[in-house]
Design a protein. Structure first.
Length: 601
């Protein structure tokens, strides 16, 4: 309630400010166009169900499927055809992360991504962090074979000249409508250095780099500039506020659903276990930059929506009017036949993965975004499969195992698995959930290092677009997420390895523990440190994460993992009535002061 009051009063203040310093309504429209945009498509080449998972035959037959590249193509081509017939000019922009998310990409990688994006023909795209999922080597052919500019102005490629030499990677590009040139500047989150495998790309601060690039465009006489990038909703708003030459920000990375004039929904729902579009802010979100209004937009993810922003500029390049809304790509939107035919070229290889089930589940396996904030039963299952793989390697000697703890970051669990009538789990499910093919390692670390990892897990939990919240086996942790950094773990217990009957005891900071982790975490992914400076040693396991899960499912046949209290937390206390009243009173005084000042100016 306090937040709603704050949002309402803030809106009144912003409206008063805009009214007091309006851009003249009599300004003549000199340039007008529509921006169609999306982001974080994550290899949803084919239509999906409501939760952006695989669309079943039954769902397809009852018009309960969404998105897919064929629907994006239809909608973009429709607006382009209207523009060619005298309608409003249109540009189609994409804000990165087309790589990774379904078996279509896991199997065909840059080849299928290039083929489908070339059919959509965006006017420009930005790089996303997932475009580095196959490292620099997996990105180079994409950048050479696409037929449009790929933008990122904040990369230092001195140490990767092979990437700098690609055909289509540039800092910015120019679009044109009715003789007016429009600059588009790309950017990518510097967190990419933690979000993918190590490489020699250096990432610069987005705001500094964007300001440098826009200054060059201004020197060329470019009056209208769009920032197109992949740093998340919060950072996009900071860019809008601090990059004075930017008129519009088209973003991605945080999968933010913006709609209408709604305020940010900051609630967390642990009980739903569903992937749904919680409204994260208004579309467009307006950032006040002095007397200038800068719209910030994003279009959720997974091709479910296509953003549509209509803008008008005067002859001096001032943005005078804008409006828009995300377009839901449901079954009422036609699927472009040409792209469906292209899907059929790749389909036989994908369908072959589903010939024989690898196991069965009695319950829904909840994964994806949910595992980034809460204990999830699929996370428990995967972590348990890592332990099981080590047990089958018979590495425990006289004991049941030598590594009784396993960690996997929530961001590595890319999807859930819905339970079908048979409960079958097939190959494409595995590739969708664990697309990165991470090797597994046993690392020997101190209790202090393990405790620091648990603290880091809690610290990144609420950060925009961060997947570092850990799921685990062999650990029980109680958190208070409201505590200061380094004090969020209230208690931690670990499972014994060298024991006849596995049991839990309090984590000892001076003891050493063998912990199973992915190579992503071992190499510092998500900014974790899971090795010791004196390097007591790591062991490469025989199975990778996909193989370990398949082996576990085949051995168990039926699984029914539960949420069992491996992660517990203290709920934050709501603000007291006195505190809320005090804040509202202060805001009220601020409003009165502001209005009085305006009256007597």
């Amino acid at each position: 309630m306090l937040y709603r009051w704050t949002f309402l009063i803030s809106t009144l203040l912003l409206s008063a400010s805009i009214s007091a310093n309006p851009i003249s309504k009599r300004s003549t429209v000199a340039t007008e166009f529509i921006i169609l945009h999306n982001n974080d498509m994550h290899a949803r080449f084919e239509q999906t169900n409501v939760n952006s998972g695989p669309c079943s035959t039954e769902e397809a037959n009852t018009d309960k499927c969404y998105g897919g590249f064929a629907r994006v193509a239809y909608e973009v081509r429709k607006y382009r055809a209207e523009a060619q017939n005298g309608g409003t000019p249109v540009f189609y922009l994409n804000a990165g992360d087309t790589y990774t998310g379904t078996p279509w990409f896991t199997v065909f990688k840059d080849n299928i991504t290039t083929a489908f994006l070339n059919k959509l023909m965006p006017d420009a795209i930005s790089l996303g962090n997932h475009e580095f999922d196959k490292n620099v080597e997996g990105l180079i052919p994409f950048l050479n074979n696409v037929e449009f500019p790929v933008l990122a102005c904040n990369l230092n490629l001195t140490k990767v000249p092979e990437l700098a030499a690609t055909k289509h990677l540039v800092s910015s590009t120019l679009l044109e409508t009715n003789g007016v040139k429009i600059g588009v500047v790309g950017y990518l989150t510097p967190d990419t250095k933690f979000l993918t495998y190590k490489n020699d790309v250096e990432y610069l601060d987005e705001i500094v780099a964007i300001n440098a690039e826009t200054a060059k465009l201004k020197e060329q006489g470019i009056k209208i500039i769009i920032a197109l990038g992949h740093s998340g909703y919060k950072r996009d708003q900071e860019i809008a506020k601090n990059c004075l030459d930017v008129d519009i920000v088209i973003g991605g990375h945080s999968h933010s659903f913006l709609f209408g004039d709604q305020p940010v929904d900051e609630t967390e729902d642990e009980g739903s276990n569903e992937t749904s579009e919680v409204i994260r802010g208004p579309y467009p979100t307006v950032v006040q930059q002095g007397g200038k209004r800068v719209p910030v937009v994003q279009a959720y993810a997974y091709t479910k929506y296509l953003g549509k922003l209509h803008v008008q500029f005067d002859e001096d390049g001032n943005l005078i009017e804008f409006d828009g809304a995300p377009i839901l790509l449901n079954a009422s939107v036609t699927q472009e036949a040409e792209l469906l035919q292209l899907l059929d070229v790749y389909r036989p290889t994908i369908e072959a993965l589903d010939t024989d089930p690898v196991g069965y589940t009695k319950v829904k396996l909840v994964g994806g975004e949910y595992c980034r904030k809460f204990e999830c039963n699929l996370g428990n299952l995967i972590a348990d499969s890592m332990i099981f793989a080590r047990v089958l390697e018979n590495a425990g000697g006289d004991y049941w195992t030598d590594a009784s703890i396993a960690l996997i970051q929530g961001g590595g669990i890319r999807s859930g698995i819905d339970k079908n009538a048979e409960g079958s789990i097939v190959g494409t499910n595995i590739l969708t959930v664990l697309p990165f093919e991470n090797a597994l390692h046993v690392t020997k670390i101190s209790g202090k290092t393990l405790l620091n990892a648990l603290e880091h897990s809690a610290a990144v939990r609420s950060q925009d677009s961060n997947g570092g919240f850990l799921q685990y086996s062999g650990v029980r942790v109680e958190y208070n997420y409201e505590n200061p950094d380094g004090q969020r773990v209230l208690s931690a217990e670990v499972r014994c390895a060298q024991c006849e009957v596995p049991s839990y005891s309090i984590l000892n900071e001076t003891d050493y523990y063998n912990v199973i982790v992915t190579d992503f975490l071992l190499e510092g992914g998500d900014d974790f440190i899971l090795t010791e400076e004196d390097n007591p040693g790591t062991i490469l396991m025989e199975k990778n994460d996909q193989q370990a899960l398949i082996q576990y499912l085949e051995q168990r046949h039926y699984v029914y993992p539960e949420v069992e209290g491996r992660i517990t937390y203290q709920s934050p206390s709501p603000p007291s009535t006195d505190d809320a009243a005090s804040v509202i009173a202060s805001i009220g005084l601020l409003l009165i002061s502001f209005l009085v000042t305006r009256i007597f100016m």
